[in-house]
Write a protein that binds this ligand. Structure first.
Ligand SMILES: [Zn+2]
Length: 391
C-alpha cells in the first residue's frame, strides 16, 4: 500500500508536496455523519440525486464512487480499489466515529466554515467538527432557515420583517458568513431590487396563509427571498449563493450565475463579498463575473468531488478568467466524511497537476504556482472572512 506522491512525470513533486501541506480553509462545508449508515444510505449520500438507487446499478460505479475506493480505502487501512462490499465492511468495522476521525484529520483542513441550515440533527455541528479535527470551525448561517424559524415560532405579517431582522442579528452574532439557497427556492432569475416594506408585509401574509393551509414552513416567495438577501447584504457578512449543480430541487437552467448580474451591480457599492458556490457547469461564467466585478468570488466545490478523476479539468477551467485572488476552495461535503476527505484531496491533486503543467511549459515559475495554490486554498478565504493568520 502506498500513498506516495504520484510517479507521473507530469507532476512537479516539490509543488505537489507544497500543495499537499497547505492548511486549507474549507469555506463552505457541512458536518460529517453522526450515526452509522447502511449501504443503501451510503450510496444515496454519494450522489446529488434524491431518488432511490435503482436495483440494477450502484452509485459506486461513478467518478465519486471510484474516488472513494481509490483514495479513502487507504485511510481506512485497505489497499486502494477494493470492491464496495469490502470497503463498506471495513467502514462498519471501524464505526462512524473512527471513520470521521481518520478521514477528516487526513484532509488537512486548517479552518472549517460550516453551514448549519440543512438536516442539522444528522450531522456534526461546528463545535463537534472542531473537536474531531482539533481545528477551528465557525458557522455560516442560512438566511432561509432564520426566516423559517421566525415563522415557526409565530409572527403576524406586519411583524415579520422586524422579527426577521432581530433573529438574523442574534443568529449571526458569531457567524463568519451568510448563505442563501434562492437558487433552490425560486431560481436566480428574480427581480434584483430590494422589495418595499409593503411588498414584504403582503408577501409574509401570503406565506402565513400557506403555512396554515399546508402545515409546512418553507419560504419560496421571490419577494421574501429578495428581502432576506438584501437584509443579509445589510448585515455585512460575506454572502454565499448556491449556484449551479445540486439535487433535482434546483432548476439548473435557472441557476446560471449570469442571472445575478443585476443584484451584483446593485450590491456593489456595499462592498459585501458575494461568494458563488460550486457553479458547475457554469463555473466559466462565474470566472467571468469574478473578473469583472470586485464583489464577486467563486469556487468549484461540489463539482470537484463529483467529477473525481475528471476534476483536473474542472479545476483547470476555474483558473481561466478570474483573478487568482477571487477563487476559493470548498468541499461542500455533507454527511459521509469521504466527501470531506475527497474534497480536499481531489482539489490538491487537480491543482498540483494543473499548475505543474504551467510550470513545465515555462509559463509560470514554481514560486508563482505555490503562491497561487496557497491563495486559492487558504489565503483568499482568510482575507474574505477575516479569519486572521493560520494558527
Ligand atoms: Zn452546501
Amino acid at each position: 500500500m502506498s500513498t506516495e506522491p504520484s510517479a507521473s512525470p507530469a507532476i512537479d513533486a516539490d509543488l505537489e508536496r507544497e500543495i499537499g501541506a497547505i492548511p486549507l480553509v474549507d469555506h463552505h462545508v457541512h458536518g460529517a455523519l453522526v450515526d452509522d449508515v447502511s449501504r443503501r444510505e451510503f450510496e444515496e449520500l454519494i450522489t446529488e440525486s434524491n431518488r432511490p438507487v435503482p436495483a440494477w446499478m450502484t452509485q459506486f460505479d461513478s467518478q465519486v464512487g471510484f474516488a472513494v475506493l481509490r483514495h479513502c480505502a487507504p485511510v481506512l487501512g485497505l489497499d486502494p480499489h477494493p470492491d464496495p462490499e469490502t470497503y463498506l465492511a471495513r467502514r462498519g468495522e471501524l464505526g462512524t466515529e473512527e471513520v470521521n476521525r481518520r478521514l477528516l484529520t487526513a484532509a488537512g483542513i486548517g479552518h472549517f466554515l460550516v453551514e448549519t441550515g440543512y438536516r442539522g440533527e444528522e450531522i456534526l455541528d461546528p463545535a463537534r467538527m472542531s473537536a474531531v479535527t482539533g481545528r477551528p470551525a465557525d458557522e455560516v448561517v442560512r438566511l432561509e432557515s432564520v426566516a423559517e424559524r421566525v415563522v415557526a415560532e409565530g409572527t403576524d405579517a406586519e411583524g415579520f420583517a422586524a422579527r426577521f431582522e432581530t433573529a438574523l442579528w442574534e443568529r449571526s452574532r458569531a457567524a463568519r458568513g451568510l448563505k442563501t439557497i434562492v437558487a433552490y427556492r425560486h431560481g436566480l432569475d428574480f427581480d434584483p431590487r430590494p422589495p418595499t416594506r409593503g411588498e414584504v408585509t403582503a408577501a409574509a401574509g401570503r406565506w402565513l396563509r400557506e403555512v396554515t393551509r399546508t402545515g409546512t414552513v418553507r419560504v419560496t416567495d421571490p419577494v421574501l427571498l429578495r428581502h432576506l438577501i438584501w437584509r443579509g447584504i445589510e448585515r455585512g457578512l460575506p454572502l454565499q449563493f448556491h449556484i449551479g449543480y445540486g439535487d433535482p430541487e434546483v432548476d439548473l437552467h435557472r441557476s446560471d450565475p449570469l442571472l445575478l448580474r443585476g443584484l451584483i451591480e446593485l450590491a456593489e457599492p456595499r462592498s459585501v463579498p458575494l461568494l458563488l458556490l460550486h457553479c458547475y457547469p457554469f463555473h466559466r461564467n462565474a470566472g467571468y463575473l469574478a473578473q469583472v466585478y470586485p464583489n464577486v468570488y467563486f469556487d468549484v466545490g461540489l463539482g470537484v468531488n463529483y467529477t473525481g478523476a475528471r476534476s483536473v479539468a474542472v479545476v483547470a477551467e476555474s483558473m481561466e478568467l478570474a483573478p487568482f485572488a477571487k477563487i476559493l476552495f470548498s468541499s461542500d461535503a455533507w454527511g459521509p466524511a469521504e466527501l470531506h476527505h475527497l474534497g480536499a484531496l481531489l482539489w490538491r491533486r487537480a491543482t498540483a497537476r494543473v499548475l505543474s503543467g504551467f510550470v513545465a511549459d515555462g509559463e509560470w515559475t514554481r514560486e508563482q504556482a505555490t503562491r497561487v495554490a496557497t491563495m486559492i486554498g487558504a489565503g483568499n478565504a482568510r482575507r474574505v472572512y477575516g479569519l486572521g493568520e493560520a494558527e
